[in-house]
Design a protein around this ligand. Structure first.
Ligand code: EPZ
Length: 421
């Protein structure tokens, strides 16, 4: 286990390059199984979660190789030799469930342990299974395993998602591209990561219309070929560094971003009083330190992203006045509040909202990362807290941020990673 030690720094200044999107590369690695041949994927963020997904593909028989200083992946689907995903891998990362659609389509059978809940919520998969059932799969659950079977090919179907679930949209999309007939996904998720997955599948020969809208129409084809693809930049990593600049009264340029994907975050930061200007593939963030209290409500894209909620709560802990942060996506995504309060933040939780009374200053403390984005929020608070902040359980943070301590140090932050014996 290692820790991060952060001491209050001068305003962050300089340039930071954003890595490929974790929430795009994970489904795309799973989707590569659908091809008859080899795929090459670039802009790979070398994260713990990516390694787990690669281990999963290797376990079921695919060939997986990191190239070019691990920024590129070569995947040879080969003949999938095993249709069961191992508990020890699925249990480490919920996104492993995204292997279900490709496995079911490729082999006619998929056995995946039911992913447990996590710090932020129960994380059900009922919408994923509803899609597979509609396409003719038989589903059974026993001994903690979900087994899906289909004789021959899945059939195209009309599927309405009760909630625009990102994972369910991705899993059903991957199951539909080789199905017999046309599948329509209504009330589909429209996040940029869905569009990135559809772009990769289309480059393999899939027939997909409407990705990025709430109705996606997929006409099943008989086979898909390997392809090459470059992962979109990570809009949540980018948003996190935008707030790092804002919370330290900094002046930072983020390179390798898609400003359009960050519209809800940029709009909210401008409302808070942060200067945000955009170029084609970069964003410039400056802050005078005067932060206005605002209200934030997380919503499916293009609303304010739930994955930025903890980070903006840390920023609003320093704003002048009272802010209300409402989390509508996950039922338990305020684990960072208790830890921020240990640093002097004045936050009260009422139902699905956090009432944040801004404070002049926060003070460093011993705190714990309870989940990925909560850990990021603690780093942001530590950057502007008086004294020293020590964050434990930072393996959560390493799941979603490539070399976050190195990138912040390059911007002037005083942050060290200490390996615990
Ligand atoms: C993806 O999770 C992301 N993870 C999450 O990012 C992100 O927070 C989330 O989408 C929302 O944007 C990856 O892409 C790997 P959902 P996912 O299915 O697909 C309910 C991060 O920090 N739901 O859109 O699991 C569910 O309970 C992570 O990078 C059902 O009810 O999210 C939740 O309330 C955290 N039934 C809501 O939908 C289902 O079958 C959103 O879940 C599926 C979901």
């Amino acid at each position: 286990m290692s820790r991060l030690i952060i001491t209050e720094a001068a305003p962050l200044k300089g340039k930071v390059r954003i890595s490929g999107a974790k929430n795009s590369v994970l489904p795309i690695i799973a989707a590569s199984l659908l091809a008859e041949g080899e795929s090459t994927i670039e802009e790979i963020p070398y994260l713990n979660d990516v390694r787990i997904m690669c281990d999963l593909l290797s376990y079921i028989g695919a060939g997986v190789e990191f190239l070019d200083n691990r920024s590129k992946l070569r995947i040879i689907p080969g003949s999938v030799s095993c249709s069961t995903a191992p508990y020890e891998l699925v249990n480490k990362m919920r996104a492993s469930f995204l292997i279900m659609g490709p496995l079911l389509t490729k082999t006619g059978i998929a056995r995946v342990p039911l992913p447990g809940g996590c710090a932020i919520g129960s994380r059900p998969v009922d919408l994923h299974l509803k899609g597979f059932l509609a396409m003719g799969a038989e589903i059974k659950q026993e001994h903690g395993l979900i087994e899906a079977r289909v004789r021959g090919r899945l059939k195209g179907a009309k599927i309405y998602l009760d909630f625009p679930s990102v994972g369910a949209t991705e899993n059903i999309l991957m199951a539909a591209v080789l199905a017999d007939g046309v599948t329509t996904i209504e009330n589909a998720a429209i996040e940029p990561e869905i569009v990135d997955l559809a772009t990769y599948l289309t480059s393999m020969g899939a027939d997909i219309k409407g990705a990025g809208t709430d109705t996606i129409r997929i006409c099943g084809v008989s086979s898909l070929k390997g392809s090459s693809h470059s992962i979109i930049p990570d809009r949540i990593e980018a948003g996190t560094y935008m707030i790092a600049a804002a919370i330290t009264q900094g002046d930072v340029v983020l390179e390798n971003v898609v400003p359009d994907h960050l519209k809800p975050v940029s709009a909210k930061l401008r409302e808070i009083g942060v200067e945000v200007s955009e170029e084609l593939t970069s964003i410039h963030v400056r802050s005078s330190g005067k932060l206005n209290a605002v209200d934030v409500k997380t919503l499916p894209y293009p609303g304010f992203p739930t994955d930025m909620q903890a980070q903006v709560t840390a920023l609003l802990s320093r704003a002048r006045g009272t802010s209300i942060v409402t989390e509508t996506i996950f039922e338990n995504r305020f684990m960072h509040v208790g830890e921020l309060k240990r640093m002097g933040a004045n936050i009260k939780i009422e139902g699905r909202s956090a009432i944040v009374e801004g404070r002049e200053k926060l003070t460093g403390a011993l705190v714990k990362a309870t989940d990925l984005r909560a850990g990021a929020a603690l780093i942001l608070a530590g950057l502007c807290a008086e004294g020293k902040t020590e964050i434990s359980d930072i393996e959560h943070i390493d799941r979603g941020y490539v070399r976050i301590d190195e990138k912040l140090r390059a911007l002037g932050a005083k942050i060290e990673r200490v390996e615990e014996e």
